[in-house]
Design a protein around this ligand. Structure first.
Ligand code: SF4
Ligand code: SF4
Length: 295
C-alpha cells in the first residue's frame, strides 16, 4: 500500500464512512511480559475474560465479512499474533494488504509478503530487561536479511538514551528500517517521557533522521508532533478512520492502546495520518517505504 493508496483510502472514508483499516488483536497471549505493554493493561482495565478469543473459523468469517464491506487493509496485533499463525495466514489470504506487529520470537512464513513490525527496544541488556526475558539474540537472528521487517522501538524513560546504538545494531541486520513510538499511558506513569527527557528524545530523533537517512522511517514533521501532540485533536482512531478490536471482537476504545490518556499519545498511526492528510512529501515517502512489501 503506497502513499497514493493511503490518500485514496482516506478520501474514500470521507465519502462512504467505511474505515480503510482495521486493527485486530487476535490473541491476548504472549511469551513475554514487557514493562510498557499496553495490551495487558487495557485487557485488565476493560475486564476481559481471558478465555474469550474467537476461534480460527470465527476469525475467518469476520475477515471475510469485513472484506466484503470494503475493508481492504488489516493490522494484526495482540498479544503476540504469531502464536495464532493460522489466523495471521487467513488475514493475509483475505485482505489486500496486512501488517503484523510481532515480538520477533517466531518467524512468519516467507510466503506472506506483508509488512512485519518487530520490536527492538534498546541494546541487548536493555531490551531483555524491558521484555522480561533473554530474547534479544534470538530476535536478531530471526529478522536478519528480512526486508519485510521494519523495527519498532518504543521509547520510554527506560531507553530514550539508546536511540543511536539501537539504530546501529538494527542496521547490521539488513532489515528495511526503524521507526519510533513514544510510551503512551497516563501522565503520572513513570515510563512517560516529558520535560527534559522528552526534549532529549526529540533532539535524538532529529539527529537520527539526519545521520541515518532512509533507514529511519519517520519524518521530521512526525517527530515534531511527538512533542506538540497536535495530532491528538483529529486522531484517526477518534474519528473512526481506523478501528480496533479485542480478541473477542468487542470494540476497543478509543484506539489500539485501549483506555489511555490521549495527552500522552506517542502513537505513530495518528502522527503519520496527520501529515498524510496535509500531503507532507517527506512523511508520504517515509510511509511508502514503511508500508512497501519488499522481499
Ligand atoms: S511482546 Fe508485545 S504483547 Fe507481548 S508483552 Fe511485550 S508489548 Fe505486550
Ligand atoms: S492515545 Fe489513541 S485515541 Fe488518543 S490520540 Fe493517541 S492514538 Fe488517538
Amino acid at each position: 500500500m503506497g502513499f497514493l493508496g493511503t490518500i485514496r483510502r482516506y478520501f474514500e472514508f470521507r465519502v462512504n464512512k467505511i474505515p480503510p483499516a482495521i486493527n485486530y488483536d487476535i490473541t491476548y497471549r504472549c511469551q513475554l511480559n514487557c514493562e510498557h505493554c499496553y495490551f495487558a493493561k487495557s485487557w485488565v482495565k476493560d475486564r476481559k475474560d481471558d478465555e474469550l478469543e474467537l476461534t480460527d473459523e470465527q476469525w475467518i468469517r469476520v475477515f471475510k465479512k469485513h472484506y466484503s464491506l470494503g475493508i481492504t487493509n488489516a493490522s494484526i496485533t495482540g498479544g503476540e499474533p504469531t502464536l495464532r499463525m493460522p489466523v495471521v495466514e487467513a488475514a493475509y489470504d483475505t485482505f489486500n494488504t496486512i501488517q503484523v506487529a510481532s515480538n520477533g520470537l517466531r518467524k512468519i512464513p516467507e510466503r506472506l509478503k506483508c509488512v512485519i513490525w518487530v520490536s527492538i527496544d534498546g541494546t541487548e541488556e536493555t531490551h531483555n530487561r524491558i521484555r522480561g526475558a533473554r530474547c534479544y539474540q534470538k530476535i536478531m537472528r530471526n529478522i536478519e536479511d528480512d526486508k519485510r521487517i521494519a523495527i519498532s522501538m518504543s521509547l520510554s524513560t527506560t531507553n530514550y538514551k539508546e536511540i543511536l546504538p539501537t539504530i546501529e545494531a538494527c542496521q547490521k541486520t539488513n532489515v528495511k528500517g526503524i521507526f519510533f513510538i513514544l510510551y503512551t499511558g497516563q501522565l503520572s506513569d513513570s515510563l512517560y517521557l516529558h520535560g527534559k527527557q522528552l526534549e532529549y528524545t526529540i533532539k535524538s530523533l532529529y539527529h537520527a533522521i539526519d545521520e541515518y537517512g532512509d533507514f529511519i522511517l519517520i519524518s521530521r514533521r512526525m517527530v515534531e508532533l511527538y512533542k506538540s501532540k497536535k495530532h491528538v485533536k483529529d486522531c484517526c482512531f477518534r474519528t473512526g478512520l481506523v478501528q480496533s478490536y479485542y480478541p473477542d471482537m468487542s470494540r476497543k476504545l478509543p484506539c489500539v492502546m485501549g483506555p489511555v490518556d490521549c495527552r500522552t499519545c506517542g502513537c505513530i498511526v495518528p502522527v503519520y495520518m496527520y501529515w498524510v492528510k496535509r500531503l507532507d512529501i517527506e512523511t508520504l515517502l517515509k510511509g511508502d517505504k514503511m508500508l512497501e512489501v519488499s522481499v
